[in-house]
Design a protein around this ligand. Sequence first.
Ligand code: GDP
Ligand code: ZN
Length: 310
Amino acid sequence: MESKGSATVVKHTGSHYMLSELPKWDIFPAVIRGKLRLKDSDSTNPIAVGDIVDYTYDPENQIAVINKVHPRKNYIIRKSTNLSRQSHIIASNIDIAYLIVTIDFPQTRFAFIDRFLVTCEAYKIPVKIILNKIDLFRDCPDTVNSFKEIYLKAGYEICELSTIDGTGIEILREEIKDKVVLFSGVSGVGKSSILKALDPNLSPKIGEISEHFLQGKHTTTFYEMHPIISGGFAIDTPGIRGFGLIDLDLNLVSTYFPEMLRVMDECKFQPCTHTHEPHCAVKRAIEEGEIAWERYNSYLGMIEEETKYR
Ligand code: GDP
Ligand code: ZN
């Protein structure tokens, strides 16, 4: 650590932050300067894992003091509680969010996949889908292809993976080498297995944490960034319950479906909800097979849900 400089927040432990000058992994503790604390009022944490901050070393107290947060490239939040308007920033400056899904064993529901993708679009987080357990589907390429088709049409990248036979692991390892990435997926899709395949030191550390969340235990949530041995940094996410708990602007939901956004200018009515309106370009694209009905179905579910809880 220098006497002053910039570093990335890699951990938050309540009273302290841990910083490191990435890509170097050499962590040191820091505290937040009093005034900084008050500035950001709509989130419960003014500093989040992934933030790049300026610090000065305080020799008297022998600790770094954070005095500035650099503007965030992106971030994801969750609401602190259902009733409160306050939000908690989970992580920021994410290069790629990986959504791990499985067609079966367990089946990842479209509603879940699409809500995750919409959240990433809303927060400008680049997202890629990892289709894990591909080894189980060697004999049914049609099933795999029709699943992939849905998301390829939408414009997403989808990578086949297997922690059993190693498919896709090296590509993934290469891809995350110089990045800060986030892994998410419902329980059982193989999140821990993938992390373990990438770096045996990572798992079960991360997996245990997410299991914890999935059991719905309400402990204080602290997020953490982990270095991957072959390069890159992974942030664990609180399983899934917390993710996507955001208020969506009803009128904007369809803009978070890239394939709908592409055609919606051609809808006769503006704005168009793509439900009952005649001459709707989105509905036409579905009929012509350019937009998958599974995605449209998720869209309908989302606007219904948003309307109900308003
Ligand atoms: P997590 O809950 O998402 O962390 O999932 P785990 O990594 O604990 O994996 C759940 C189960 O799926 C375990 O029994 C793993 O052995 C199995 N599993 C993980 N990856 C694969 C894979 O690529 N193929 C198959 N067939 N099973 C896998
Ligand atoms: Zn329309």
